[in-house]
Design a protein around this ligand. Structure first.
Ligand SMILES: [Zn+2]
Length: 466
């Protein structure tokens, strides 16, 4: 986004923050703690900061706070125990680029159009970092995956964007980056603590749970090293230690009480539950369900069980901070009511879309206990495993319905038993896609990136192509 700040800089941001928080306090629900103490002067007060910790490829059901039986995530669990924890959060896809584009824009894939390897988010989209930057925030990002590289458009709005850990090389899948992500994030937080005149937004993106799983001496042994599942658990535990370091630094720098902490994963990982391994191949719960929690000053910890979406994060943050958000509407909706313990009248429906490879065309819609998967993938084209949206053939849709309460592992397709539910979810799915397409018309198209041989090789090593 290239347009300038819409508000009067930092003073405007404070005024807006307070106005927004006052507005939130109008109802009978408890209001969040004001961003600065009442009566304190803007010259000395601190506004509310934002720390987003993103862990790539973290399956929700491998997190202790979400029910996993192995001690993979003690530090993340501790954060979640003091946060509002969303037990049923859905991504917008099952791989990195569209998932993060949705977190940053509040739009589905049809809305932001980041469908495949060569996609990039057009500059006209307004991201979370751009909105915060325009409202007086210092913005920093530390990222560790090629899809979060500036080349794919997700660096918009970050005044400091550290891509040093985006390894594009033959060995990229074997790199270990969590210690450096944490070091860089802590260094940036320390700078902010030393100059507390402006609020900040920091994105710390961890990548280690992604394939190929590495052994971490002193950690992996506790989970076993014989199977891919065990090694994956070890990667999560290793990453958790470094997430813990960032959270400790936030506390020791005395920033924690002034900082909203958002924890999010982009997608999960399959281990042959439905015949495949990895992600970006299907939309079953093992990749579509994500870890999501928000710790915000003034909000009591609680668990929220209705289905929510990671694209709800941006509108939630704008409401928490009292900021107006982007000039064009988002498809996500604020979670602040749920964070206060309110019940929502209508359940949220989560649209997931997957168009990663030539021939791949799969959508899903999750609402309440039901999940509809509409598969129009062309097996012949997909077999080539190449990136590309160009090739499409008309394939008769295959509809699959799962009851996520009776059958959380999605083993029994009940579409034939519930044609009415299939019809209702399909109609909702189509409506959500159409709203995304309508939103996308407000933005420019970008030509697909011309990926280098090295980038394609790196994607192959990471398991995205054959
Ligand atoms: Zn990812």
């Amino acid at each position: 986004m290239t347009r300038g700040p819409r508000r009067g800089g930092l003073a405007g941001a404070w005024a807006l923050t307070l106005a927004g928080l006052a507005l939130l306090g109008c109802g009978s629900d408890p209001a969040p703690t004001p961003a600065r103490a009442p009566g304190s002067s803007p010259a000395t007060a601190r506004a509310t900061n934002v720390l987003m910790i993103a862990v790539d490829t973290l399956r929700a059901d491998r997190v202790g706070a979400l029910g996993y039986g192995r001690p993979t995530t003690p530090h993340i669990d501790e954060l979640m125990s003091t946060s509002v924890l969303f037990e049923q959060a859905q991504s917008s896809s099952s791989w990195t680029l569209p998932a993060f584009a949705s977190v940053f824009t509040g739009l589905t894939s049809s809305g932001h159009r980041c469908f495949e390897f060569r996609s990039s988010l057009a500059p006209s989209y307004e991201t979370m970092a751009e909105v915060l930057s325009a409202n007086g925030y210092r913005t920093g990002g530390v990222v560790s995956h090629v899809f979060l590289g500036a080349r794919h458009g997700l660096a918009q709005g970050f005044e400091h964007y550290d891509e040093e850990l985006v390894f594009v090389a033959r060995e990229s899948h074997q790199k270990i980056s969590s210690p450096a992500v944490a070091d860089k994030a802590i260094a940036w937080l320390t700078e902010r603590a030393n100059e507390p005149t402006q609020p900040f937004f920091l994105l710390a993106h961890f990548f280690d749970p992604h394939h190929k799983y590495q052994r971490h001496p002193g950690v992996s042994e506790s989970f076993g090293t014989d199977t891919q599942r065990d090694l994956y658990d070890g990667e999560i535990a290793f990453t958790d230690q470094h997430v813990g370091r960032v959270l400790s630094a936030l506390a020791s720098l005395q920033l924690a009480e002034h900082t909203i902490v958002i924890f999010v994963s982009d997608h999960g990982e399959e281990f042959f539950e439905h015949g495949q391994r990895g992600h970006g191949k299907a939309l079953f719960q093992e990749t579509s369900r994500v870890a999501l929690s928000i710790r915000a000053p003034g909000f009591e910890p609680r668990r929220v069980s209705p289905v929510v979406r990671s694209l709800d994060v941006a509108p939630t943050l704008y409401e928490l901070l009292g900021l107006p958000g982007p000039s064009l509407p988002m498809q996500g909706a604020s979670l602040v009511g749920l964070m206060r313990g309110a019940r929502e009248q209508a359940p949220r429906g989560a649209l997931l879309e997957l168009r990663l490879k030539a021939g791949s065309a799969m959508d899903a819609f999750v609402q309440g206990r039901w999940k509809l998967i509409v598969d129009q993938s062309d097996a012949g084209l997909m077999h080539a495993g190449e990136p590309g949206l160009g090739e499409r053939r008309t394939v008769e849709p295959r509809l699959h319905l799962y009851d996520l309460i009776a059958d959380p592992d999605e083993l029994t397709d009940v579409a034939a038993r519930h044609p009415d539910i299939v019809q209702s979810l399909r109609s909702a799915l189509d409506g959500a896609k159409q709203r995304g397409v309508a939103a996308s018309r407000h933005f420019e198209h970008l030509a697909p990136l011309d990926l280098t041989h090295e980038e394609l090789e790196s994607l192959r090593q990471l398991g995205y192509t054959r």
